[in-house]
Design a protein around this ligand. Structure first.
Ligand code: FMN
Ligand code: SF4
Ligand code: SF4
Length: 440
């Protein structure tokens, strides 16, 4: 059976599934039950400086986007960091860590961006026996207006500076949690590395307004007639997170920097995708909030079964395996030619593929034959875009078939060479150069 044990920057846990810093990790009561359910680790809900805790709104703090079946796809919040007393949180972290020595307990921290504030909180956290700290440079609302969270994460110089203080004033491993609210995620990641971080984690939430109440004429969630932007997460955020993880994993300057992947992870498969792109482990928030702590059971069994099936004995056997296949567009093989194929036995003749291709693609699907509804791909028009695959309501009814070398592409009249050729060498490219395969 696959070995799911995880060692992330020296922090050991029985599996790679950690709960992200958020309501599920807000207090001892929650974390205790999370560990009983099987979670490998937690990042405690972000701690702030000593003194009066922050104050949350007393009205709705969540917004949501649903799929047609009411499944939660996108989630939005305007919650701040912990609104519980610092000493109480520290006592609880210590108690939990003592009771669960085999689980990862990481403390998330956010204090003002000055050396004294960081210097003051680090020994207090270290004293709890926590396995490490995560620096919250991501919270996009409320705290950022006070010069913390995303306000730090968006300025690489600040990221580097704070990471340096944390490494200087503490012995704990430092995980720098990045905000996705930047144009190039590699810049804060590089800064964190330069500051000496042990790892990065991403993503925190994305600036968002999920919906507008058209009666109140105000964004939702609405507090007394007004709304503010919140942080977006959940399954709809996963593609953005995966891209950012891949960018850091394949960037020359940060490649090899451990990554904790976060963003929309709901199933073992989501987790495996993050790990294949270079995440050493994963963190989950929205899925636990929507379905409860027990989802980890399916994550553990699913990942374990898949690893057995694929012959991966340990996590290291597949972590990062897909990142080598992430490349720039210019290196994609322009001699890879596909055509759509419709399985007539599965087709329910709804016509959606025809409408999509006819109205917005390449007019490559018939709609009738001998006076009857009949949907078939015309190879002489099909560019292989796969729009029809994505709109067809029947799974696997339309598939893409690669033309083998020697076959003729009826659309262009050209023989398929089967040889790799990309834009860098294409005759239409005024800047073309000698053919080169991207470096592995
Ligand atoms: C209600 C809520 C509160 C959150 N609070 C924090 C926080 O205090 N500190 C933090 O670093 N991230 C916080 N997050 C962000 C999550 O840790 C996580 O990065 C984000 O939700 C993406 O993961 P997900 O798609 O699995 O939810 C919060 C998220 C939610 C939904
Ligand atoms: S792959 Fe694109 S071009 Fe070809 S039939 Fe489907 S939608 Fe039309
Ligand atoms: S969308 Fe799918 S099911 Fe509908 S007509 Fe096209 S191939 Fe058939």
């Amino acid at each position: 059976m696959a070995d799911l044990r995880n060692n992330f920057v020296g922090i050991k846990s029985p599996n790679p599934f950690w709960l992200a810093s958020a309501p599920p990790t807000d207090k001892e009561y929650n974390v205790e039950r999370a560990f009983k359910a099987g979670w490998g680790g937690v990042v405690w809900k972000t701690l702030g400086e000593a003194g009066p805790p922050v104050v949350n709104v007393n009205g709705p703090r969540y917004g949501a986007i649903w799929a047609g079946d009411r499944r939660l796809m996108g989630f939005n919040n305007i919650e701040l960091i912990t609104d519980r007393d610092l000493q109480k949180n520290l006592r609880e972290i210590k108690a939990v860590k003592m009771r669960w020595p085999d689980r990862a307990v990481v403390a998330s921290i956010m204090v003002p961006c000055d050396e004294e504030s960081w210097k003051a909180i680090l020994p207090l956290v270290e004293e709890t026996g926590a396995d490490g700290i995560e620096l919250n440079f991501g919270c996009p609302h409320g705290m950022s207006e006070r010069g913390m969270g995303a306000a730090v994460g968006q300025v690489p110089e600040y990221v580097e500076m704070v990471v340096r203080w944390c490494k200087q004033y503490s012995r704990m491993p430092v995980i720098t949690k990045l905000t996705p609210n930047v144009t190039d995620i590699r810049k804060p990641a590089r800064a964190a590395k330069n500051g000496g971080t042990d790892a990065v984690s991403l993503i925190n939430t994305i600036n968002s307004i999920t919906n507008v109440d058209l009666d109140l004429m105000a964004p939702m969630p609405t507090i007394d007639g007004k709304g503010s932007h919140g942080g977006y997460c959940g399954p709809a955020a996963k593609p953005i997170a995966l891209h950012m993880v891949a960018e850091i994993a394949r960037d020359r300057e940060t490649s090899g920097l451990p990554i904790s992947g976060i963003g929309g992870i709901t199933t073992w498969r989501d987790a495996a995708e993050f790990m294949a792109l270079g995440s050493g482990n994963v963190q989950v928030c929205t899925a636990a909030m929507a379905y409860g702590f027990k989802i980890v059971e399916e994550m553990i069994s699913g990942l374990s079964n898949w690893m057995d099936e694929k012959g991966y004995a340990t996590l290291d056997d597949f972590v990062g395996k897909a990142s080598r296949n992430v490349t720039d567009w210019q290196y994609l093989n322009l001699e890879y030619i596909t055509k759509a194929r419709i399985d007539q036995d599965l087709c329910i003749k709804c016509g959606r593929c025809h409408i999509a291709c006819e109205d917005t693609s390449h007019q490559a699907i018939t709609k009738e034959k001998d006076g009857k509804r009949y949907f078939e791909v015309m190879d002489n028009e099909c560019v292989g875009c796969n729009l029809c695959v994505n709109v067809c309501p029947v799974e696997d009814c339309i598939t893409m078939e690669q033309l083998a070398p020697g076959m003729i592409d009826e659309r262009t009249g050209r023989v398929v060479t089967g040889k790799y050729a990309n834009w860098t060498t294409h005759p239409n490219n005024p800047m073309r150069k000698e053919a080169v395969e991207p470096a592995e």
